[in-house]
Design a protein around this ligand. Structure first.
Ligand SMILES: NC(=O)c1ccc[n+]([C@@H]2O[C@H](COP(=O)([O-])OP(=O)(O)OC[C@H]3O[C@@H](n4cnc5c(N)ncnc54)[C@H](OP(=O)(O)O)[C@@H]3O)[C@@H](O)[C@H]2O)c1
Length: 257
């Protein structure tokens, strides 16, 4: 079934992508910073699903680390000395909440957000689509957020970039056999908010989505070649409202995420 590379594969949506893809008989390349956790996940998936799992420990805010992951994505499978298989599905999923105001916030955090959620996405996608278009098949799935339609700080701006970038990519890729999909979920129960120290008590139960549901919808949309994937009727409606609402009203909602 081909090899999938998933960034941020040790927790939340990325971990769910890894399991669902392994269950669908994809070999995997798992990327995240925490090497022990990566090895644990890889061991569990190999044992349960019997697929090949490579691990690549990389901090996607570090340029040399991103370059190592890009080198893996550029593998074409044509080099007889290299037994690594080409990646047929890239899932650019790693991300984090900046959870601060820009004014008076840590510049380092803002720049790390841009590096992980914009720069790395661009570089990894570039490496992947090079070999995918040459082979005439493949898919890129970029994880943005419904926040892309809001004015919620650098996080929302980064996600808006990813959304527009993926749409532009989908246009360019037409007819190549390679597709591009952007996933724009609402609130999903993962480690995301806890890691950022965000108190989410104000979000009622119906506002939350399960990672397993979001990932199965996203992968179904990739298989169908859908460009913008927004799981659930609730969040499809929320996205439609955000697109139609006057931007003054959208800005009034604006808050960091
Ligand atoms: N949860 C939500 O409500 C929600 C909603 C909309 C969109 N999203 C998006 O969904 C994606 C996944 O988020 P999640 O909710 O699954 O978060 P999560 O549970 O916190 O998992 C984040 C994953 O990304 C990895 N990661 C974080 N920083 C990294 C870095 N610098 N380099 C490499 N890997 C890094 C983490 O592993 P290490 O710490 O080991 O590196 C972990 O595997 C993100 O892009 C997020 O913006 C989430």
């Amino acid at each position: 079934m081909g090899t999938a590379l998933v960034t941020g594969a040790t927790a939340g949506l990325g971990l769910e992508f890894a399991w669902q893809l392994a269950t669908a008989r994809h070999d995997l390349v798992l990327v995240a910073r925490d090497e022990d956790r990566l090895e644990r996940v890889a061991t569990q998936i190999r044992a349960a699903a019997g697929v090949r799992v490579e691990v690549l420990s990389a901090d996607l805010s570090v340029h040399d680390d991103v370059a190592r992951v890009a080198d893996r994505l550029a593998v074409t499978g044509e080099d007889e000395q290299d037994d690594r298989r080409p990646v047929g599905l890239l899932v650019n999923n790693a991300g984090f909440a900046t959870a601060q105001h820009f004014v008076g916030g840590e510049l380092e955090t803002e720049l790390r957000a841009v590096d992980v959620m914009v720069r790395a996405v661009v570089q990894l996608t570039h490496a992947a689509v090079g070999q995918m278009t040459a082979r005439g098949r493949g898919a890129v799935l970029n994880v943005a957020s419904v926040a892309a339609l809001t004015a919620g700080g650098t996080y929302a701006a980064a996600k808006a970039y990813v959304r527009t970038f993926t749409e532009a990519l989908a246009v360019e890729l037409k007819g190549t056999g390679v597709t591009a999909t952007v996933l724009c979920p609402g609130f999903v129960r993962t480690e995301f908010h806890d890691r950022a120290g965000l108190d989410m008590d104000h979000v009622p139960d119906p506002g939350w989505l399960d990672a397993s549901y979001v990932v199965s919808e996203a992968l179904a949309d990739v298989r169908r070649g859908v460009v913008i994937s927004t799981p659930s009727v609730r969040y499809k409606a929320a996205a439609a409202l955000l697109r139609l609402a006057p931007r003054t009203a959208v800005r009034a909602l604006g808050k960091y995420r």
